[in-house]
Every structure is written in C-alpha cells, then in structure tokens.
Design a binder for this molecule. Structure first.
Ligand code: DSN
Length: 425
C-alpha cells in the first residue's frame, strides 16, 4: 500500500502547531512518547469483547495481561476496589454509569452546564437529559462556589435517584462529604465525575471522592496525561440498594452491573491499543515524578490566576484550587468567542466558555477558560506565567489590531522554542 502522504503531512502540521503554540485548553495535555507509541501499535488489530479471562474471542492471552495491568495500576493509584478501563471516552464512562443505575424517567441532580457542569450530567441536548428527568443545582452568584444549600434543597424536594458532582469549568475543590450526607438522607446514590482534576486527586492534592461517592468516572487524557479514554471506579463494591437487576433479572453486585453496562451495554470491542497506553500512563502516574508534575500544575495555575487578577480580570470564585480558571470577560468588553478567535491568531489556544449567570449564548459566551496541564508538561514554571498572561492581555486588548496580534504570535513562537515537544519525532 502506498504511504498516505496527504494524511501524514497533516499529522506533521499538527505536531508543528502543538510545538509552536501555547496550549491552554484545560482538558488537553501532551502524553509521553511511549503512551503514543502504544496507541499506534498492533493491539489495535485485536478484538477482545468481554473482560480479562472471559472473552468472546480467541487469542486474547496477551491483551488480557495489558488490560489486567491497567486495572491493577488504576486501583493502586486511587486505592480502590473496582476499576473498569474499557470506556472509550469520559462520555462513554458516564453513559455506562447511567445505564447501570437509572431507568428512563428516573430523577437526577447535577451541576448545571451553564454553571460549569458537563453535557453528560443531564443537559437537554444529551441522552442524559433526554432519557432521564434531569435537574440541576448551580453556584452562588456572589462567590462562584457550588451552592450546596441549593443542592440540599433540590435533593430534599426532588428525591433524585442519583446526585452527580464534578464539573468541566469549576476551579474549586468539592465537599463530597456534604453531598453524601444529603444523599443518604434522601436515599440517593452519588457519582463524582473527576475527569478534570483526576491527576491532582491521584496525588493527594485535592479531596478524594472515593470515601463518599458510590461511583467515580474520569477521562484519562486531561490531568492524568494518558491516552484519550475513560475509566470507571468504585472505592468499595456494594450490593446495590435499589435492587437493580442485570439484563437477565438477577440482582448483582454493582461491579458486575457496571461491567455489564460498559460491555455489552454500550460498547462492543474494547480499544486494546488504548488500554495498553492507559496501562503505561497509569505506571507513569504511580511515580514520584508525576507528583512533582501535579504540584507544578497547581503552582502554575495559581501564578496564572494571580497575574490575571493583577490585570483586573474577573476570575470566577476569585482564584483556583486546581488546574484551571474561568474568566468573566464582561468588564473587558470582549466576548468569549471573539477572545478565542483573537487568541488563536497568536497561536494561543483556549476555549470560550459560558460563565455562571451568563447573558450570552453558548456560541458567543461571556467567558473564557484557561488550564495549565499542557503547558506544565511542556516545562513552563510559575515565572513563565507572567509572559503567558501578558501575551493574552495584549491580544485581548488589541483584538482588532492584526499587527499587534501578529507581533504577539512571533513572541509566542520564539518563547515556545525553548520548551521541546517530542524531539524524537
Ligand atoms: N469535558 C470537556 C472539556 O472540559 O473540554 C470535554 O467534554
């Protein structure tokens, strides 16, 4: 077969884009070379429906070992009893939990998407809002912090079957204990989606949800810095309290119900090349080097937030505990959409984002979200955050000035040459 130079040229262009720019999308990161190599390896050829030791295909002896390694390492990272590493993405992990726990029409309670929540937590445009009776709590307008009183009131009024915590644009830690207390009071199960802060939780830098939340889902490619994918975990397995049944009508332990929900519930063949890459990434997470990385993520986020506040940018909640921050741009007279478009011209990549109580649509938005996991992997330190914030500020205050943006782009490209990315490629 002739080499497809068209596609490989585009892949090369994407590598150059990643090398030259400042990557601030909070959900992105750069995997290690060995994680990428595993994803491009021969395990992509293998069908392995089922789980290690109980597959529907022959020839799974080797992929059984990589999948078991991924499971064992993930359990060790978070000190948990149950892990499923097959979800193809965070959204798939979330769909499997919903399928295992909920019946159509059941009541759920999650953080509103417009307040920092996620599509899969009940948004009307997602299956989670179409199949289930989805309800929401928000954040307090004055503080930007999760409105736990509203959450408790909603829980008592609605008596949901499932309370969902976790967010994609929230810069503070969560009070899982408080959520579990009201869940126990109203007879609800609790699910934490830690897709964003998982790396910080893995290294003990944020509260752990496992003692208080029945289910925990995550992606593996954000702060965990692994391949694109999802996982489901439980601190402790349990016999489900609602008498939930498997497709044959048997009441089962939650671990069995979750496994069945992933396969055959919502997925077919697992991506064994990605699972091998997950196993490698989980091995990396177990090292002390990864602790130093996560500590730097937190330090960089705090340094960046401080530099923005000094320039009178309005960070929701006033700062950050984790790897990201959400900025309300209304006092800067620029929309999130225009800010995103101007920044990308200077090779600074970030995403527009609704802010709590936004008066603009999700396509325009009043806010922008910045995260530091990717630039921290590149090697940027606290002192470098001033350069990054100065560059962003110059672009946002000269958003219609092509010459000014082009001069920032040159500075950005020159600055990033000192931080090597995949020099082997
Ligand atoms: N979790 C979203 C993000 O934070 O970018 C993607 O689904």
């Amino acid at each position: 077969m002739q080499r497809d130079t068209v596609v490989f040229d585009l892949i090369k262009q994407e590598l150059e884009r990643q090398r030259h720019g400042i990557e601030l999308i909070a959900s992105e990161n750069f995997t290690s070379l060995q994680v990428m190599q595993a994803m491009g390896g021969v395990m992509t050829n293998k069908y392995a429906e089922g789980y290690p030791g109980r597959r529907y295909y022959a020839g799974c002896e080797i992929v059984d070992q990589t999948e078991q390694l991924a499971i064992d390492r993930l359990k060790q990272i978070f000190n948990v009893e149950y892990a499923n590493v097959q979800p193809h993405s965070g959204a798939q992990a979330n769909a499997a939990i919903a399928l295992a726990v909920l019946q159509p029409g059941d009541i759920t309670l999650g953080l509103d998407l417009s307040m920092g929540g996620h599509l899969t937590h009940g948004s009307p445009v997602n299956y989670s809002g179409k199949l289930y009776n989805a309800n929401f709590y928000g954040v307090v307008k004055e503080t930007g912090l999760v409105d736990y009183e509203m959450l408790e009131k909603q829980a008592r009024d609605l008596r949901p079957k499932l309370i969902i915590c976790g967010a994609s644009a929230y810069s503070r830690d969560w009070d899982y204990k408080r959520i579990r207390a009201v869940a126990d009071e109203v007879g609800a199960l609790v699910w934490a989606d830690i897709a964003h802060p998982a790396g910080l939780i893995a290294k003990g830098l944020l509260n752990s949800p496992f003692e208080y939340c029945h289910f925990v889902s995550s992606t593996t490619h954000k702060t965990l810095r692994g391949p694109r994918g999802g996982v489901i975990m439980m601190g402790k397995d349990f016999e489900n309290p609602f008498g939930l049944k498997d497709p044959k009508g048997n009441v089962r332990m939650m671990s069995s119900l979750l496994d069945l929900a992933v396969f055959p519930g919502i997925q077919g063949g697992p991506l064994q090349h990605v699972i091998a890459a997950k196993a490698i990434a989980f091995g990396e997470i177990l090292t002390d080097e990864f602790l130093v990385y996560q500590q730097q993520v937190q330090k960089n986020a705090q340094a960046m937030a401080k530099a923005f506040v000094a320039k009178e940018y309005n960070i929701i909640s006033g700062g950050t505990d984790n790897h990201l921050m959400l900025i309300d741009l209304r006092n800067k007279n620029i929309s999130g959409k225009k800010a995103e478009q101007a920044l990308v011209k200077a090779d600074i990549t970030a995403n527009k984002n609704m802010v709590p109580f936004d008066d603009k649509s999700a396509f325009i938005t009043s806010g922008i979200r910045f995260g530091v996991p990717a630039i921290t992997t590149r090697g940027l330190l606290e002192a470098d955050m001033q350069f990054v914030v100065d560059a962003i500020d110059k672009v946002l205050t000269h958003a219609d000035d092509e010459a000014a943006i082009s001069s920032v782009k040159k500075q950005v490209n020159d600055f990033m040459t000192q931080f090597k990315l995949y020099p082997e490629l």
